[in-house]
Write a protein that binds this ligand. Structure first.
Ligand code: SF4
Length: 319
């Protein structure tokens, strides 16, 4: 049975993510995620750059939430993940539920909730309202993996497919790239919880867990270790998406240059995925990596042809 939740219970002394800031977001206080209890979103629309089953024909119905409990050094969505600004669109729970319904009407294959960890109670209530009005899209929980099992338990009843990052299993790599050495110890119980919940992943029916592992520059040994860890523990339950699109946003790392993953490293990782019998996707290499960095100041943050903004979102934004 799905019930609405009392948002004030969670926002008044916030421990929704592993940072456990204990701030009162209802009174406007902001923790590390940078967001009060007001729901702020940066963009909504159809996006065709996700893994094929998630995008479907017309695209995945994206909702990009502002703020993030993690402060990754390389974040491609840094404009919105680091923001504390109140200039981004603020929506009520009812308006969020209308966005979900409008995405369905626009032909989205899935509802794709991007970094919603710090808004879990509001998202649950918005889903509750939209379900009562006929919403039936598969729900994708698109997250950094920096979650608490307690918060995931709250949203789990509403999620069909987890699109979960597994960024690092090495403390030093996590410290360098994710700005917290805690990431591996947080990720471990989350993966165990999902393994108990999902015996298998069926992407045709958008059920289960698709783990995304982004290869960081100069850390190929960590990625190899991760692939072994994944194969040993999760390959029967989850699928894997190996991503090689690392692009450090210039604004965040103006003076740093990062080595690109080489053709040889790419082949080594692809071969290892095969040898270990891991099922999933390997991102093709692109010469034009800059394409992956969206500009959320625009109504159309993505390259032409990749995405269509939701008219209802634009009408809220410009009114
Ligand atoms: S959701 Fe935000 S305020 Fe709440 S514990 Fe996490 S970082 Fe802190």
């Amino acid at each position: 049975m799905k019930n609405q939740v009392d948002e004030s219970l969670y926002y008044s002394d916030c421990t929704l993510c592993p940072n456990a800031c204990h701030v009162n977001r209802l009174s406007g206080q902001k923790g590390i995620c940078g967001q009060s209890s007001e729901i702020r979103i940066a963009w909504s629309g159809l996006h065709r750059g996700e893994e094929p089953p998630v995008s479907g024909e017309k695209g995945s119905g994206m909702v990009f939430f502002c703020g993030c409990p993690l402060h990754c050094q390389y974040c491609q969505n840094y404009q919105i993940s680091r923001t504390t600004s109140t200039s981004w669109l603020s929506v009520s729970t009812e308006e969020l539920s209308c966005i979900f319904l409008e995405l369905q009407k626009a032909g989205a294959a899935t509802l794709n909730l991007v970094t919603g960890t710090h808004y879990i109670p509001s998202i649950i209530n918005a889903l509750h309202i939209s379900h009562a009005k006929g919403f039936s899209l598969p729900v994708v929980w698109n997250s950094s993996g920096y979650e608490t099992v307690e918060a995931l338990r709250l949203i789990d009843n509403y999620v069909d497919l987890y699109l979960l990052d597994a960024k690092a299993i090495d403390k030093n790599v996590a410290s360098s790239f994710c700005a917290t050495s805690k990431y591996p110890e947080v990720l471990s119980p989350v993966l165990k919880f999902l393994k108990r919940r999902y015996k298998e992943t069926d992407l045709d029916n958008l059920k289960g867990v698709l783990i995304r592992h982004l290869v960081f520059p100069g850390t190929i040994e960590q990625s190899k270790a991760f692939l072994h860890f994944f194969a040993d523990n999760f390959k029967e339950n989850f699928m894997l998406s190996l991503m090689t699109q690392f692009v450090p946003p210039k604004k965040l790392s103006p003076n740093q240059s990062f080595p690109r993953i080489t053709d040889k490293e790419y082949e080594e990782l692809s071969d290892l995925v095969d040898v270990l019998g891991i099922d999933g996707f390997i991102q093709e290499r692109s010469e034009n990596e800059i394409l992956w960095i969206p500009d959320f100041r625009r109504d159309q943050p993505f390259p032409e042809g990749f995405a269509d903004p939701l008219p209802y979102f634009l009408s809220l934004k410009h009114n």
